[in-house]
Design a protein around this ligand. Structure first.
Ligand SMILES: [Fe+2]
Ligand SMILES: [Fe+2]
Length: 260
């Protein structure tokens, strides 16, 4: 981008000089996105989980932070899924209300669990391709049907199924515009999922995926304790420390700002 436009966007040369390299990179990203027609969202990976980021430049001799991030609730040595809900996914209204709707509709425990966990990939790890991240996180701990449905709800969300009472989300028109069509791989994945024996489970996630949720409704995680206990294989060593194929992903959520 044009240097003069960039300097104006960051507030002038003196403001730019006062920034450290990470802040300069952020400022450039922000300025470049301001030049586009669309709004470029910052991925939540290694975020502060909604808390204020530290401001100011690095003092000389200061080490990079490693270990527990003092801005976040401290996690125990053997974290459970419930602890992740309380200390990392909170307030998790979208997940809790989706799970509560599935519960109210009298769906099976497997489907209720899938609805409750369907967006944890995007909530705590990375929004882009969140269904895949979420499925991978959960695969060692849930029935295969649950993680499969979470993986494919992402693609199926873009395609209506009037027979099952699912319309294209109005929220997506607001987010992406009237003429938006997802990447070809999403079309292919949705097509594959439609012919799969677990299609209805993934579709139920879409149906119970509450976007127009009530901001005043309070759903407590307590009502899901039994379902979690019966359907989620909590490792004794704690999530992140059990050497499973996704343990490192849980650790990244525990320590999202470790330098390495
Ligand atoms: Fe989703
Ligand atoms: Fe969702």
């Amino acid at each position: 981008m044009d240097r003069r436009n960039f300097l104006t966007a960051v507030g002038g040369l003196s403001a730019l000089t006062a920034m450290n390299s990470m802040e300069k990179a952020d400022a450039l990203e922000y300025a470049m996105s301001a030049e586009l027609d669309t709004r470029v969202a910052k991925p939540p990976l290694c975020s502060t989980m909604g808390r204020e980021p530290f401001k100011g430049s690095r003092k000389s001799g200061q080490y990079f932070h490693m270990g527990h991030d003092p801005r976040l609730p401290k996690m125990s040595d053997k974290p459970t899924l419930v602890e992740f809900f309380e200390k990392r996914f909170a307030p998790a209204n979208h997940l809790l209300q989706s799970g509560a709707l599935a519960l109210k509709s009298g769906l099976s425990e497997k489907v209720i669990l899938a609805c409750l966990l369907h967006d944890i990939g995007g909530t705590a790890l990375l929004r882009s391709d969140h269904g895949y991240w979420g499925a991978q996180l959960l695969e060692p701990y849930v029935d295969e049907e649950v993680s499969w449905a979470i993986r494919y709800h992402q693609a199926l969300r873009y395609f209506a199924d009037p027979d099952m009472g699912y319309e294209y989300p109005k929220a997506y028109i607001r987010y992406f515009g009237e003429d938006f069509s997802p990447e070809p791989y999403i079309h292919e994945e949705a097509e594959y999922a439609k012919n799969h024996k677990w299609y209805k489970t993934a579709r139920q996630i879409c149906i119970n995926d509450v976007y127009a949720f009530d901001p005043n409704a309070v759903v407590s995680l307590d009502m899901f304790y039994g379902i979690i206990e019966r359907n989620f294989r909590q490792p004794e060593e704690g999530l992140g420390y059990d050497d499973s194929p996704s343990a490192h992903m849980w650790r990244t959520i525990i320590f999202p700002n470790n330098f390495l």
